[in-house]
Design a protein around this ligand. Sequence first.
Ligand SMILES: [Zn+2]
Length: 167
Amino acid sequence: MAADVPDRHLAHLVASESNPSGGYSEYALQPLGVARPPHGKITVPVVCDVCGIPVECTVYSVDATRRLRWRWWLLAALCAVGAVVLAGAVGATFADHLPDRPATTPVAWFMVVGFMAVPGLAVLAFYRRRDARREDGLRVVARSGAHSLRPPGARFDSWYATEGGGE
Ligand SMILES: [Zn+2]
């Protein structure tokens, strides 16, 4: 993943269209042309071939990228553990108060909020795990509408609405 020369390219959005049934985007891609630093990270302007605007990009070293990835894994683990612990606490509280002992208001709130927070934490864990897998130590500093980072070869994005029509 974290090769010496960054893999993802600078992408300039050249065309985009969408309608109720779907859409597509087309990008012009160019290699960043920035070597990874031996330590830490560097931020350099990469001049876009399409519009000539210097786009500030941050490139992390191999070690720093690994640390970023571990940070995502750690967050994912904390969210997953939090979901399990909270589910257990809500379940135990629920069992404690049913059927004949009504919960006090704060306890009832804890059960309701906790019950809703468990899937939220699970979703967070899922996304942080995805972040960890995708982390390549590359960032566009000021995200404008036109510029982003994309894998080489990924010049097109298209999508189709799952529900037909829009009527
Ligand atoms: Zn551009």
